[in-house]
Every structure is written in C-alpha cells, then in structure tokens.
Design a protein around this ligand. Structure first.
Ligand SMILES: [Zn+2]
Length: 466
C-alpha cells in the first residue's frame, strides 16, 4: 500500500494538466472530477478486489484508484456513494456480427446506420464498451461509425473476411466476405483492408460439415503473411484440431471459436507454448443449445424483458425445449459442445489466452446483443473450468488487449472511464454481472431508463416485428 498516495497525487496532477489544456480555471478543473467511493472494486487485472475503494473520474478518464483513505481526493470533487455495490470494468465482446439481426429479422436489409447505432446502444445497456465485427461488414458503414464514435459501444471491425468463393460466413451474411481462389487476389484484398485500417482480419477455415470448400492452406498463408506486413492480426473461424495446428504453423494470431472435433493434444499445447499471444474465443453463447439440458434460469431475468420483446424471449426459450427437427444434428452438436467445454478447461489450465467472443448477431448468436456477452462469461465460469475472476479478466482486460484497446479493460489511472456498477458481487456468483445498477462508458452515465423506454415503445408499436 505504501507508495499509493504518491502515485495518486501524480495522476491527479496529470489529469488536471490534461483537462487544464482546454479549461484553465483551476476551480473548473476540480469541479469536473467525480469520486466514486465505497464499492468493492474488481479492476480487471486479476488481482484481489479492493474493498471500500475510491476512484476518480474527470471527463472521460479515470484518475487515482485505490482504497478509500489511500487516495487523495481533490477539494470540491463531486462524490458518488457506491457502498454495497461492486464495480467491474466494462466488457468487450470480440466476436460479433453487426447489422443483420433486427428483432426477429435476419438479413442484409437490416445493415443500416440506424440499426447499427441501435445495436451499439444495446451493447452499452449491458455494459459492453467495445465490440469487434468479425468479417461480415457491408460497405463502409462500419468504418464510418468507428471514426464517428457515436454513443454506445465502440465499433471495431474486421471489415470483409475471407473464404473460398461463396464459402465464408453462414446464412444471409455469406456474400459479405471476399471469395478468393488465388494468392494474388488474397493479397490484393488484404491490401484493401489495410488501406481502410481494418482492426483485424477474419478467415473461415471450415467445410461446414462437408458442404463447402475449406479455405486452402496456401491462401491463408498468403493472407496471414500479407496482413502481418501491414501490422494487422488474423483470426480464424475453425472447428478442427488439425486446421488449428496448421494455422499456428502459418502464423495465425487467434481463433474465433474453440476446437470442437476432438480433444486437444500435447502437440497443440507445444505449438501454443511457442506462440504465447495466440488467443481463443469459445462462442459458448452461440453454442448454447448444445450446452443446456433444460431451460436456463436466466430466461426469467427482468433484464431480458427490458431489452427484448415477449416474442423474442419466447423464441429464445423454445431453443431449450429439447425438441429438434434433426435429432442427429442436435446429438452431434451436444457432443461438440462437451468437447468445447473440455478443451476450454484444458487450455485455461495450461495458461493459454482465453478471450470473450460470442458470435452474437450471427446465425446461432441471434439478436441477443449484450445478453450473450454476459452468458458467455457465466458459461466459462460454471461449465468450462474458469473461476469467476478468470471469466471477468477474459471479458475485460484480455478482450481489450486482443482488440488493441489499451484504454479499456481495466480500472486504473489514465484509462478510459468505462465501468459497470453491480448490485451484487460476481465473484460470489458470476450471474451477478447481470445485476446492473449503472453503466459508465467514456465517463458518461449511459441513460439506461431512456433506452429501455424507447425499446418498450417499439415493442408496443410493432408487435411481431420485434
Ligand atoms: Zn461468427
């Protein structure tokens, strides 16, 4: 603890300097500082929570963070009492498909500015500070919204991903990806993405159960090499262990899913040990039908009714009825779900980097933006061997890191002021990440009641569509 005070003072001075650049009056500078005090603070770096914490926010930035009493609070600072609450960093979802889902609808006609803005607000409502659109962008809207930084979650995009022709993403998203057959084409398309400053490159290496051609190894090698020349990382949609091994040898940076065809082996662990920055997402949310034997309790939570129509919740609930049109496929999915959980647990035990990515907005992720992010963490912590703290770190610091969002993911001096105030402690029960009291993104209190009222009015105005 000793030394905390000195650091705090320096940070406060730093904040005053930064703010003072535009508002020289000292009293104004102090008036803009707010102290949040009394909460249990989980900073997102995996360390033990700080009980009875205090942290400062000036404009969109965090100031000093520590135990109340150890943090120097500037005179005149506004105070927010968070006694009895728990604070965690805002979440990051590193695998999302934006723009196709709108209520019960699913198609490219929904890829509109209005729908994208609404989806960013839906993530914000759930305390998600940033998302990565994984390879299914249409046109330049994603890049425009990234530059504009509208209210809601930050928009990061992999632009258009890569598959063989007509063999990339699923369902109505299929035509969004580049279909490539030659290395020269692949490199030219990577250069196009680099010119747009794509935040990641996404490739699909999956034969969709023998129905399409898998992206060829010479093509993904060309994509990875060209992307790395432009300092862009590449993440792969995968299913099979053998593909993961070859992608690792080809220099891949991370995986959009977990290996689901069989249990991992020592050869894979050795390959991963040599590449410690490689990450895995698990998309447990996307595979939820295969993971629950009966209706999950969270279907009854009020949070769902605040953000989704009765019809949407009813349809979501029906997924867990156990009635399947194709029992054989359902059985295969259940088996793959168990392999996913075992492999996640084994990689976690081996210290491999696990991030949070849900596939929300896609074929199986559906329109449950934000909810999926929280359920992903619950599944990690209740079914896949992670502790609640490890799940929180995966959904905050780790996911922020893989998106290169250094300002997000932890609650520390100098970071962006993005955090969730919870009514209960998620270390006791990871489901408590959904007991949301307030959400702050970039220092702003997200107007959750107003968003809720807007959505409720839409449900009433267009019953059946939402
Ligand atoms: Zn996906």
């Amino acid at each position: 603890m000793c030394g905390t005070k000195t650091i705090s003072l320096l940070i406060v001075a730093g904040l005053a300097f930064a703010v003072g650049a535009t508002t020289p009056a000292h009293s104004q500078v102090l008036g803009q500082t707010t102290v949040f005090e009394g909460a249990r603070l989980i900073t997102g770096d995996g360390s033990a929570p700080i009980e009875d914490a205090a942290f400062m926010v000036a404009r969109d930035r965090l100031g000093a963070v520590g135990r109340r009493g150890a943090v120097t609070i500037p005179a005149g600072a506004a105070r927010v009492d968070l006694s009895g609450k728990t604070v965690i960093p805002a979440l990051i979802d590193a695998h999302v498909h934006m723009g196709y889902r709108r209520g019960l609808g699913f198609g490219p006609e929904n890829y509109t500015r209005e729908n994208l803005l609404d989806t960013l607000n839906r993530f914000a409502y759930y305390g998600v500070a940033a998302i990565l659109e994984t390879g299914t962008a249409r046109g330049d809207l994603a890049y425009q919204l990234r530059a504009e930084m509208p209210s809601g979650a930050l928009f990061r995009t992999a632009g258009r991903g890569f598959g063989m022709p007509n063999a990339g993403p699923g369902g109505p998203m299929r035509d969004s990806a580049y279909g490539v057959t030659t290395e020269a084409e692949a490199r030219a398309d990577v250069q196009e993405l680099a010119a747009k400053k794509a935040d990641m490159i996404k490739i699909w290496v999956d034969d969709r159960n023998g129905t399409v051609e898998k992206l060829k190894p010479n093509l993904y090698r060309a994509i990875i090499e060209e992307a790395h020349k432009h300092n862009i990382r590449v993440m792969a949609h995968i299913v099979e262990l053998d593909d993961v091994k070859d992608l690792l040898r080809a220099g891949i940076d991370g995986f959009a899913h977990m290996i689901r065809d069989r249990d991992i082996d020592d050869e894979l662990l050795a390959l991963l040990k040599a590449r410690p920055n490689v990450f895995f997402e698990q998309t447990l949310w996307g595979e939820r039908r295969a993971l629950y034997a009966s209706r999950p309790a969270w279907l009854e939570e009020p949070l769902l009714r605040e953000t989704f129509s009765a019809k949407e919740i009813e349809r979501l609930g029906e997924e867990f009825s156990g009635n399947s049109e194709n029992p054989q496929a359902a059985q295969r999915a259940r088996a793959m779900g168990q392999v996913n959980l075992r492999n996640t647990a084994r990689l976690n035990a081996a210290g491999i980097t696990l991030a949070v990515g849900t596939d929300t907005g896609g074929v199986t992720g559906e329109e449950f933006f934000g909810l999926g992010t929280h359920i992903e963490m619950e599944l990690q912590a209740t079914r896949a061997g992670l502790t609640p703290m490890q799940a929180i770190v995966a959904g905050t610091r780790t996911s922020a890191r893989i998106l290169g969002l250094d300002q997000l993911g932890t609650i520390a001096a100098g970071k962006s002021a993005d955090f969730i105030v919870l009514n209960a402690n998620p270390l006791d029960n990871i489901a408590n990440t959904r007991k949301i009291n307030r959400v702050y993104l970039r220092g702003q209190d997200i107007p959750r009641p107003a968003l809720r009222a807007k959505w409720q009015a839409e449900f009433d105005a267009t019953p059946g569509a939402r």
